[in-house]
Ligand binder design. Sequence first.
Ligand SMILES: [Zn+2]
Length: 70
Amino acid sequence: MAIYYLSLKTKPGKNTHEVHKSNCPHLPEAKNRKHLGNFISCKAAVREAKNFVEKPNGCCYCSRLCNSAC
Ligand SMILES: [Zn+2]
């Protein structure tokens, strides 16, 4: 299990919001992220993130399995 966060900012030039693990070096600062909870995989975290943003996507660094574009 890992704690996951949703970035509230989109990446420049993209309309996707990245999902990060709590220990990711690319985790956004506190005001730009939302705590999603404890999940068994990034897939479950991304599913949860869909309740908040239209296009969540796994971070290429910490949740690569959940980003088909990495
Ligand atoms: Zn990350």
